[in-house]
Design a protein around this ligand. Sequence first.
Ligand code: ZN
Length: 171
Amino acid sequence: MIPSTASAFRLPAKGALLALLLVGALGGCGGGAEQEPLPCHGYGCEFDVQGAAGMRLRYAPAVEPSDARANVAFLEQLYQMVESCAGIQAPAPLVVIEKEGTLVSPLDGLQHHGLYYFDPDLMLIDDGAWTFWSLKHEAVHYLLQHALGNSDPDHTSSLFATCVELPFAMP
Ligand SMILES: [Zn+2]
């Protein structure tokens, strides 16, 4: 891996966790809002397809059904690669593909390539050049959250290096 590319996808994921922490805090507040926000952290919980391993994937309208990012079997393979590498198993999460540049953390106001929210679990991945690495990176946060109750926002776990940079073949 080229070092600059590695840092390019690590940076956004860090903000992702900050985003989820903010949402978690807001989620504890009572009602009173005139307009109900969409469930699943404002993104809605709908999905287009569910894979054999249980991953729910929403890819429309960001990408066409023929795009590799809409291939739930392929995304499940990547997820299971990380599961196996980490030695942690958890039900595959809801994954939503969004257009690059639209994933903005509510905390830092910056664009990110991937965001992970928990309770309920939601993995948001953009359709940019790093989609598949972003998916694996957020999968590490997700699996750590399930195993330890802490998604490791500071990336202290070595799994972020060892399990995200594993090579893979495109479908
Ligand atoms: Zn991260």
